[in-house]
Ligand binder design. Structure first.
Ligand code: F6R
Length: 243
């Protein structure tokens, strides 16, 4: 695992955007795995600026979703499909035809999860998966004690994560769904390159456990230690508890 410490969130965004631009430069049809949440926004903004400046050609790039709420209609403004359409696809000039994600409204959720894993494999696998991290060490919505070998499946959100996400639902926790479909840790580990971005002091304990703790389900992100090509990009605040 490579750890890169940058001064702040903007520098992290620029660094990861450069890595994505390089990847797309040598593999124009790359399948990029993207996360939602606040942390990756500077990446999408920096990459969007490169696209607008004509430095990156995204005409063949494909985008894969990491997780999705169960039960929110796809057109709900806070479904992750809508969020990614707004924050990633639009600024990067990528159409929905190049987007793949699990169906959070499927009647048979388990079948939808299996179909998504199969679709990722059929698409050739994710080239670079961008990850954020929860304060409890979750990646995707694999909360603590998720199996490190897990596949895409339905998970129940912890109360803490629903509290954290209420900010996207007018601060009203009652509107936050209880369930999500998330790529499993085993699924995530199949991406060719994992890039975990963490910024801010609130992530410092989770980053320390990820990088320096034992590989353990209690910190799902520690599974990155098992991956042959994992990069952890942290600002100084998020790195502050590394030895
Ligand atoms: C969302 C996701 C989550 C977030 C994590 C951190 O798609 O995968 O694991 O990355 O909850 O969220 P932020 O970046 O908002 O702190």
């Amino acid at each position: 695992m490579e750890v890169v410490i940058v001064p702040d969130a903007a520098a992290g965004g620029e660094l990861v955007a450069n890595a994505l631009a390089r990847l797309v430069g040598h593999k124009p049809e790359a399948l990029l795995g993207v996360a939602t949440g606040s942390t990756p926004l500077p990446v999408y903004q920096a990459l969007g600026a490169k696209v607008r400046a004509g430095e990156v050609d995204t005409s063949r790039v494909r985008i894969a979703q990491l997780d999705e709420y169960v039960g929110l209609p796809a057109e709900h403004p806070e479904s992750y499909r809508s969020v990614l359409a707004r924050e990633v696809l639009k600024p990067l000039g990528i159409g929905m035809d190049a987007f793949m994600g699990p169906d959070g409204t499927a009647e048979d959720v388990q079948a939808a999860c299996e179909a998504y894993d199969a679709a990722l494999a059929a698409a050739g696998g994710v080239d670079l998966q961008l990850l954020g991290i929860g304060t409890d060490g979750h990646i995707g919505f694999n909360e603590p004690c998720s199996s490190l070998a897990s596949r895409t499946r339905i998970k129940t959100l912890t109360e803490q994560t629903r509290v954290d996400n209420a900010r996207f639902f007018d601060g009203d926790i009652a509107q936050v769904p209880h369930h999500v479909i998330t790529q499993g840790i085993g699924t995530i580990l199949e991406a060719r390159h994992l890039v975990l971005l963490a910024t801010g002091e609130g992530k410092a304990d989770a980053v320390a456990a990820t990088v320096e703790g034992p590989v353990a389900a209690v910190c799902p992100a520690s599974a990155l230690q098992l991956h042959p090509h994992a990069t952890v990009v942290v600002d100084e605040a998020a790195a502050s508890k590394l030895k």
